[in-house]
Ligand binder design. Structure first.
Ligand SMILES: [Fe+2]
Length: 328
């Protein structure tokens, strides 16, 4: 990846922008605008200036963790050696407490994920600028599809491997410090992520539903990310990540999109239940009207389930947490 710098953009980090039109103040390299304007199902690499922001130190991230609610919706972590085909729940070694994991990240072969960081009083302003910039640079169809956006901070131990998985959210990984090699596959391809995997994710709540397929290795786009490098992962495009030999800090920008989170996800959820009842549901796309009906039924079923859960256990912290939604 190129080692280009863009000092004007870096300088702009110290002086908040007055106009989003001013290319000198952008966090995403202006030269990558055409890639963002055409983003779709193929992963790609890009350059950014976020790594020059002095905020992103381990010390500041530990303070950030202290400000976030103590709940898995805000803090996630995994310890121990894992393989590319393992899931997020794999735990071959002893599970360390969150604070101990983050404090000893250089030695614990772990990953720490801090969520909803765009709402933080310290990190929020620059991350909301980033969200706005990525959103504004995306094609119109994408912008119309976006419901909300979120920023996460990842801290990885030296040598840490993040297993093969896919996400429903299209996402952008921005490397701040350290090195990562990411392996990314295209999104929206049923020969890469099959119906059963989607159903297990959307209906079964299995975030490790993606099954690693070594035969797809030649299709992977392999990108080595150092400070200032970024990678785009399309919605449902599987990826896995090998960290380099130092602690890595990166920021992830992701978006909930209407076509996936409010429709296709519900169709797959409905189909998952049908299959558990011994039926053979039609794949999404077979009959759009039937998909609409399935999506509506499943969305309502999930709403009722959430109401019952909240009545029994009280609301979750994220139920009343602010979110970033795009300017309309
Ligand atoms: Fe991911």
């Amino acid at each position: 990846m190129s080692d280009m710098t863009f000092p004007k953009a870096i300088d702009a980090l110290k002086h908040p922008p007055t106009s989003p039109q001013d290319s000198a103040q952008r966090l995403i390299a202006p030269s990558d605008a055409p890639q963002f304007a055409a983003l779709g199902r193929q992963p790609f690499a890009f350059r950014h200036a976020l790594h020059s922001n002095p905020l992103f130190t381990l010390e500041a991230i530990r303070a950030l963790a202290g400000r976030l609610p103590d709940h898995t919706e805000f803090k996630a972590w995994q310890n121990g050696r894992i393989k590319v085909e393992d899931g997020w729940a794999t735990r071959e070694d002893a599970w360390l407490p969150f604070d101990e994991t983050l404090a000893n990240i250089a030695e614990t072969n772990s990953v720490v994920v801090l969520k909803h960081v765009e709402q933080d009083e310290v990190f929020g302003p620059v991350l909301q600028q980033l969200l706005g910039e990525v959103f504004a640079g995306a094609p119109e169809a994408f912008r119309e599809d976006v419901v909300l956006g979120e920023c996460l901070v990842f801290v990885n131990s030296p040598g840490r491997l993040s297993p093969y998985h896919f996400d429903l959210e299209p996402s952008f990984l921005l490397q701040i410090s350290g090195e990562k090699t990411v392996h990314a596959l295209p999104g929206g391809d049923r020969t890469i992520v099959c119906q059963r995997e989607m159903e297990n994710y959307c209906g079964g709540g299995d975030f490790s539903a993606g099954i690693y397929k070594p035969e797809l290795q030649q299709m992977e786009k392999v990108m080595t990310l150092n400070s200032g490098d970024g990678a785009y992962f399309p919605s449902t495009g599987p990826h896995w990540v090998q960290n380099g030999d130092t602690v890595s800090i990166s920021v992830n920008v992701n978006f909930d999109i209407r076509s996936m989170h409010h429709r296709l996800r519900h169709v797959h959820g409905f189909n998952h239940r049908m299959r558990r009842w011994g039926l053979a549901p039609a794949e999404p796309g077979t009959t759009p009207m039937m998909d609409d009906l399935k999506a509506r039924i499943w969305a309502n079923a999930m709403r009722i389930k959430r109401l019952i859960r909240n009545r029994m256990n009280g609301p979750r912290p994220s139920d009343h947490y602010p979110v970033w939604s795009p300017p309309r």
